[in-house]
Write a protein that binds this ligand. Sequence first.
Ligand SMILES: [Zn+2]
Length: 50
Amino acid sequence: MLLCILVLIFQGKNNNYEQSMYLSAWKCKYCGFDVQMGDFCTYCYTKKEK
Ligand SMILES: [Zn+2]
């Protein structure tokens, strides 16, 4: 029973981690490049716009 709870908590943390990784990725509106991380497009160096 305790093991099941620990596994659920661990999976929940993993999901949050993947979700935050996904949210940090963005698509450059100028060149369409998928930037995985950072606030600047690694292709055309355009700053991320919100
Ligand atoms: Zn770009």
